[in-house]
Each structure stands twice: as C-alpha cells, then as structure tokens.
Design a protein around this ligand. Structure first.
Ligand code: HEM
Length: 512
C-alpha cells in the first residue's frame, strides 16, 4: 500500500517537501511568536543570557555532558554541591541544554523574586512536575496551578491558624515516644531514622486524626511501616524523574508501581472511613470528634474521595520529610559543634526543665538562629523550577555583565538553586560555607534566603514546621546534656523530593 502511494514520488522530492515544511513553519513562527518575542525583548532592553558551553555534539544538542555529570554526582550524593561548583564560579544566570529544550538557571535573588512574586502569573509548575507527581499525589496543592491551586490553598489554609499549630500537647506525646528509642548510655542511634518516624506519626495525627504510631511498639497502625517505606521509595524515584527529564520512567520499576498503589490504597481507606464517620455524626449516631483534624476540616468543604485523598497526601508530603530533614541537619551539626550545643543548652536551661509554651518558644533567640542557620546551609528544598506560561522577562542575567533583563520565551523552564544562593559569599560573607548561628544576630536577608519559598505559593506550614522542630529540639536537649558524633563520613545527600542525609545522623547521647 505504502509502496503504491509513494511509487510516483522520488526521494529528492520528499526531501524538498520536508525542508519546505520546516522552512514555512519557521517563517510562520518568525512573523508571529518570534516577532512578538523580539518586540518584548526590545521594549524591555533584554540582552542574551550566557549560554553554557556544552561539550561534544551530544552535549550541544541534548546537554548530554551536563546530564551525565549530574547523574554521576547524584549517585555519589553530591548533586547540589557539584552543580554549585560547576555553574556559579563566573555566572549568576545561565542557559543550559536539557535533553530537548533550553533551561534557564539562576541564583539571582531579583530573578527569583520576579519568578515567584512580582511575575507570579507568568509562571506555572509545568508538566514535568504534574505528570511525575500526580500518579500518586493526585490533584492537590503541589500538583495544581491557576484556579485549581487557588481552590486548594483556600481549602487547606484554615488548618494552619496559630490555634491549630500552637497546640503542643500532641507533639509532647510523640516526642516522648521517640525519646523511648534513644539509649540513655550513649549507645549509637540514628536520629534521622527516628525523626522520620516522629514526623510521620505527628503529621498523620494532625491530618487523619489517627497516628501511624510507628514509634510505639505493638500499637503501630496496620501497614504503617510499609506505607512509610513506600513513601520514601516513590518520592526518591520521582526526584530521579526530575533530574533526568523523566527519562528514568522508561526503566521498568515494579516496586514503584506496587508502592504507589499501596500509598493510594492506604490513604483511600482512611478517607473512606472518615467520610463514613462524618456521615454517622451528621445522622446523630456517631461520636463527635474531640481533637482537631485536617481531614475533618476538609470534609466541611467536600466529600469527593479523590480530592480528599490528594490533599491529605500532598500535605503529608509537605509536612513529614521537610521537618524531619530540618531536625536531622540540625542534630548533624550539633553533634559536631560542642560550642553551638553549649549555647543552645544555656538558653534551654532557663526553662528549668519545663516544657515550653508556644509564646516562650517563639521568644528563644538562639533556638531560632540555630534553625535559621540549618535551613540556610542545608535547605530542605534545595532547588526548584517554574515554567513560563507566556513570553516574559526576568530582570537580570543579560549581557556580558549579566545586569540586563533577559527574555524568557513561553514554555521555558527556569530553575533556581536555593542551595547555591544560600552559599553566596557576596551575601553571607567569606564564612558562608560555615555553620554559624551567630550570623543571625545581624542578618536580615531578603530573597537571597528562601527556605520556605516566597510569593503567593510560600510554604503554608512554615509556622507548623518551626514550632514542631523547636519543640523537639528543646525537649531533646532537656533530656540529654551531651552529644557525640558516631561517624566521620562526610555529608552526602539523600534526595527524595526533599533533602536528607545519605549516612543518617549517627550519634551517642548522654543524660548528664
Ligand atoms: C522545615 C520544614 C519545611 C520547609 C523547609 C518547607 C518548604 C517549602 C517550600 C520550599 C515550598 C514551596 C514548594 C514549591 O512551590 O515548589 C513549600 C510549600 C508548601 N509547604 Fe512547606 N516546608 C516545610 C514544612 C511544611 C509543613 C510542616 C507543612 C504542613 C504540615 C507544609 C506545607 C506546605 C504546603 C501545603 C505547601 C504548598 C504551598 C502552595 O503551593 O501553595 N510545609 N514548603
């Protein structure tokens, strides 16, 4: 059949037709989109952005050189630091080739401010994020844009009032459960493992009204450990998808499929039970709930099981790994810095062993500096990306001095490295790479400090996280007076959707 159709057409004719097709397409683009981009660039005084000098033909066309280097560094747990040393020695904004498209990368706070704040409507999350995350996380606050995102945010905002977040009684319970797992004679323990369990137990109580209780032997919710492990596995695979422009999805991964299904089912069962419980309450046959629960707050707005599952899984993702990472990095540093530990102890000792209330905790200066510094040097979300939804302009990065605006054509991804921005010596001084809480006495950073993001999509759980982390840290230091590091391996990253420590936080703790 095909032979019959093409029998009268010569190969050169086909070649000419193809060339003509691309030529016409290009001319059409030049007079439509291209012309309007040129106009915008001219009106805004844009200059070309520095184009990365890729190596080899594959590098030039597909960015293979950089992708390969990223992959190798990622495997060695050095992705972010390697990218910092490679990209930002002489530049603050660059354009790199990434598989089939150009990527703009920046560590310029003014650009990040435009991306997330002043030009917020010009950028979206992009398909890569949504298609990677939605098979597990459905349509929730992390996987939606525009009106759907506004709706999500409005729906979950009431759960983050000071009244809900400031209720410390449930933290106390979970911190005590965790403390029971820490040997009192200085035997080695991995705190990171415990912090992940702690934040899973407390987040599930806040979200579902029922804790996974992974820290309470014999009372663990059925399937909770499998759920936790599956969550870690799947989010680590998602992070690989992001780094490889989703090429990794072509590798068969049965575990990922099974774990994703397990996560959905685990959350769906809880949601179904909550819907049934709420219906009983409304019929007057169920018991009124006493404690505040995120899921029951959502039930006032919707009974759609898919939306309820998506939003709770999204907030679980946001709330669990993040706070565990902050606590892990803080104790990683504390174990290596007796001077910081001593100053922290001195401030905490003023509580006389009493559990702090919300207001007291907020007034503890050194506690705050320590957490600020952990989030600076070890940002939980070390890098992020947005995609231009229309032709737009960023204020810096153009021309030889990188001080002119740059054009960002519709569809271009713009990545920003919080990791590298937080390590800039021109902002933080020559000692930028050192862990130094005291710098926060004078430091009042703007967009160059961005652990919780900025603009309309700023982290909604910031206060929740800082309250939980401060409380846990204070209670631990009230019980333990001495800490020792128990491994001398250098820090490596364990990157899921957030940043954890490759070797964990192995320490010995002593009550006196
Ligand atoms: C140290 C702890 C935390 C850090 C460093 C952190 C950081 C961030 C960052 C960087 C984002 C922006 C992500 C993006 O737009 O791509 C974000 C968003 C968000 N965070 Fe957090 N987070 C933390 C803890 C929490 C907690 C405990 C919760 C809730 C219990 C939470 C809830 C959220 C939500 C719902 C969003 C999405 C906001 C939106 O898109 O409108 N976060 N967080």
């Amino acid at each position: 059949m095909a032979e019959h159709i093409f029998s009268g057409i010569s190969l050169p004719a086909i070649f000419v037709a193809i060339v003509a097709f691309f030529l016409v397409r290009r001319i059409y683009w030049e007079v439509t989109e291209g012309a309007s981009q040129k106009r915008l660039a001219k009106e805004s005084g844009c200059q070309p952005v520095y184009r990365w000098q890729h190596k080899g033909v594959l590098g030039y066309f597909f960015g293979y050189d950089v992708m390969k280097e990223n992959f190798v560094a990622g495997k060695a747990g050095r992705f972010h630091e390697n990218a910092r040393l490679r990209n930002w020695q002489n530049h603050k904004t660059i354009q790199v080739r990434n598989f089939n498209r150009d990527f703009i990368m920046t560590i310029e706070p003014e650009n990040v401010k435009a991306l997330l704040g002043t030009k917020f409507p010009d950028f979206g999350l992009g398909n890569l994020r949504i298609s990677t995350m939605s098979p597990v996380f459905g349509q929730g606050i992390f996987t939606s844009d525009g009106k759907a995102w506004e709706h999500s945010r409005a729906m979950i905002r009431p759960s983050f009032t000071k009244q809900q977040v400031g209720d410390l009684s449930s933290y106390e319970h979970h911190v005590n459960n965790m403390m029971a797992h820490i040997p009192k004679d200085g035997q080695t323990v991995d705190l990171q493992e415990l912090f992940f369990k702690l934040t899973m137990d407390s987040a599930t109580e806040f979200l579902f009204g029922k804790s996974t209780n992974t820290l309470v032997p014999g009372q663990e919710q059925k399937g909770a450990t499998r759920f936790t492990d599956a969550f870690t596995y799947v989010t680590e695979r998602m992070s690989r998808d992001f780094r490889t422009a989703r090429l990794s999805r072509f590798l068969p991964d049965k575990k990922r499929v099974e774990d994703s299904e397990f996560i959905r089912k685990f959350a769906s069962d809880i949601v179904d039970e909550a819907i049934a419980q709420q219906e009983d309450i409304e019929k007057g046959v169920g018991e009124e709930r006493r404690n505040y629960t995120f899921l029951f707050e959502l039930l006032k707005v919707t009974r759609d099981p898919y939306i309820l599952r998506s939003e709770t899984l999204n907030v679980l993702l946001a709330g669990r790994d993040t706070t565990a990472s902050l606590l892990s990095h803080t104790f990683f540093e504390l174990a290596r810095r007796p001077d910081v530990w001593a100053k922290l102890q001195a401030e905490i000792d003023q509580l006389g062993g009493q559990a702090p209330d919300y207001e007291t905790m907020k007034s503890m200066k050194y506690v705050k500096w320590v957490l600020n510094e952990s989030l600076r040097l070890w940002p939980v979300v070390p890098g992020n990306t947005r995609i231009a939804v229309r032709d737009t302009v960023l204020p810096l990065g153009g021309g030889p001095d990188e001080k002119s605006p740059i054009l960002v054509p519709k569809g271009t991804p713009v990545g920003y490295s919080v990791w590298s921005m937080h390590r800039r010596k021109d902002f933080y001084g020559e000692d930028a790479l050192q862990y130094k809480p005291e710098r926060w006495e004078k430091l009042r950073p703007g967009w160059e400090y961005l652990p919780f993001n900025g603009g309309p999509r700023i982290c909604i759980g910031q206060n929740f996280a800082l309250t939980e982390a401060s409380y846990t840290m204070i209670r631990l230091l009230q019980h333990f007076k001495r800490i020792e590091p128990r491994d001398d391996k250098p820090w490596t990253e364990f990157q899921t959707l957030t940043l954890a420590i490759g070797n964990g936080v192995k320490v010995g703790l002593y009550p006196n």
